[in-house]
Ligand binder design. Structure first.
Ligand code: NAP
Length: 471
């Protein structure tokens, strides 16, 4: 029998868990912990921003409001009497790995993937070449990116990659700003997009249309944008023999149908244009006066590896595409947390189904867990994190009965963390503080017939919270 010294049957105290990161993965984890029937769990959620929701706030596109409905679930979690939110608290500064391990029975890292993958080509860092993630954070009002300036005076932008982030970036660049004005897009982005002179977005896939990662609904949406011609060369939709078998996948076959429909469309001299290119890789970005001016492309063919994977291989045929802006949308990448094990090759915290390992392929570390993109890498939609959280929480509950006594006893005082925060991070934000800020954003949105108007600077957020707190 296991020793259930912290179970709900025990008069001692609840299982005390710290969740680092208040995005979908962290909040689904808190939710699963609250709903479990084996242990009373109390959960403290730490977040570097004063605002919760992670990618739902800073990643999901502003014209996809329905996806943001999941915040109703997250709000219930944050208001739960056994949950405390500590926002504006950076992990590694105010709170550390050893500090949290001393104060909690279990610690869960749910910090997502904070940077972008690199393409590794010449010119990648020229002015005008951006990670798509920066653009996404900019239009979503993430404080770190609020002051970025994208030169939207250029005529053609290139988006590298065939995932849903590439689709989001292309769509935001091409959508009529007056449509975006009815969303919660950050005001600074709306203003800049109103003056945009970008007339064409070219989306580049290094493999073929059957290998594109975007999903049907997102692809279809691109064909419905007012004032936008969609252009695909029919010859780029021809499949090689190996790709033909991928058509059995419903998502792939539907994508191909949609792309064929685009290829057959007449263009109407619309004011803006979206062009799809397949089987091309940027091999260098070329400059004029230090700014990106064109992309050197190599035509690819597909080659099949032993495992069946179809990889892009250069054919030695090149072309040059003029472009004044390049968005590299080739995937997110996790960033190491101070003192926490990291698998640099995969950009994740090494883990076995959610139990943190001391090194890739190494031994489990007692009481530490991981969930979301920093556990499995940057794929899946917001809802994918629910199942991911359920898997991690299942292991946490399994382990909870055999926590080392020493750790169990040191985690006894729920107020100990308040003393740490009061000393190191007195500007921390609680769930009630966030609710006040939320109410302000919603009220500002109401006044403009928008879902919300975001506050995008941390000092402004804190000013508002303090002012309202004093009222
Ligand atoms: P993704 O789906 O993994 O797509 C990355 C794309 O970049 C792939 O087409 C990949 O091509 C390409 N790529 C990678 N390295 C490259 C290189 N060196 N040169 C050229 N192309 C390269 O990633 P994502 O778009 O960042 O999306 C992340 C996750 O969020 C996905 O699961 C996505 O579905 C999800 N998401 C969902 C929504 C939505 O539901 N509306 C919106 C945004 C994001 P290969 O296939 O050849 O590797």
């Amino acid at each position: 029998m296991t020793d259930n010294s912290v179970s709900s049957n025990s008069p001692v105290r609840p299982l005390r868990v710290a969740v680092v990161g208040a995005g979908p993965a962290g909040l689904f984890t808190a939710d699963a912990l609250l709903k479990n029937k084996s242990f009373d769990a109390s959960v403290d959620v730490f977040e570097r921003w004063p605002t919760p929701y992670g990618l739902v706030r800073e990643g999901v596109a502003p014209d996809h409001q329905s996806i943001k409905g999941v915040t109703r679930v997250f709000d219930r979690v944050l208001q739960h009497p056994r949950v405390r939110f500590f926002g504006n608290v950076a992990f590694g500064e105010a709170v550390t790995r050893s500090g949290l391990n001393a104060l909690y029975d279990q610690v869960v890292y749910a910090v997502g993937a904070q940077t972008d993958r690199r393409m590794g080509i010449d010119g990648e860092d020229l002015r005008g070449s951006w990670p798509a993630t920066d653009f996404v954070r900019w239009y979503n009002g993430q404080p770190d990116c609020a002051d970025l300036t994208f030169d939207l005076s250029v005529e053609r932008a290139v988006v590298v990659g065939n995932g849903n982030v590439a689709v989001d970036v292309a769509r935001i660049l091409l959508t009529d700003p007056e449509v975006l004005a009815r969303t919660d897009i950050a005001d600074h982005a709306l203003e800049a997009l109103r003056h945009s002179r970008v007339r064409e977005v070219v989306m580049l896939g290094r493999r073929g249309p059957a290998q594109a990662k975007f999903t049907n609904v997102e692809l279809k949406e691109l064909g419905k944008l007012d004032g936008v011609d969609v252009v695909v060369a029919p010859e780029e939709l021809e499949l090689d023999f190996a790709s033909s078998s991928a058509v059995e996948d419903r998502r792939v076959s539907r994508n191909l149908e949609i792309l064929h429909d685009y290829a057959e469309r007449e263009t109407n001299d619309a004011p803006r244009r979206l062009t799809f290119r397949f089987l091309v890789s940027p091999v260098a970005l070329l400059a004029s006066d230090g700014d990106v001016a064109s992309v050197r492309l190599e035509k690819n063919r597909l080659t099949q590896s032993e495992g069946g994977y179809l990889a892009a291989e250069g054919t030695g045929k090149y072309e040059t595409l003029e472009a004044g802006l390049v968005f590299r949308s080739v995937g997110y990448r996790g960033v190491a947390l101070p003192d926490v094990p990291f698998d640099d090759r995969r950009g994740i915290i090494p883990n076995r189904e959610g139990r943190v390992l001391d090194s890739p392929g190494g031994e489990p570390v007692s009481g530490e867990y991981v969930v979301g993109w920093i556990k499995r890498g940057p794929d899946g939609v917001i809802g994918t994190n629910k199942a991911c959280a359920a898997e991690t929480v299942g292991l946490m509950l399994e382990d909870a009965g055999r926590l080392p006594t020493q750790r169990g006893e040191s985690a006894v005082d729920p107020d100990a963390i308040l003393a740490v925060l009061a000393e190191r991070c007195p500007d921390y934000v609680t769930a009630d503080d966030w609710r006040r800020l939320d109410e302000l954003e919603l009220a500002r949105g109401d006044a403009e017939d928008r879902p919300r108007v975001k506050v995008v600077r941390v000092d402004e957020m804190l000013d508002h919270i303090r002012k309202r707190g004093e009222a």
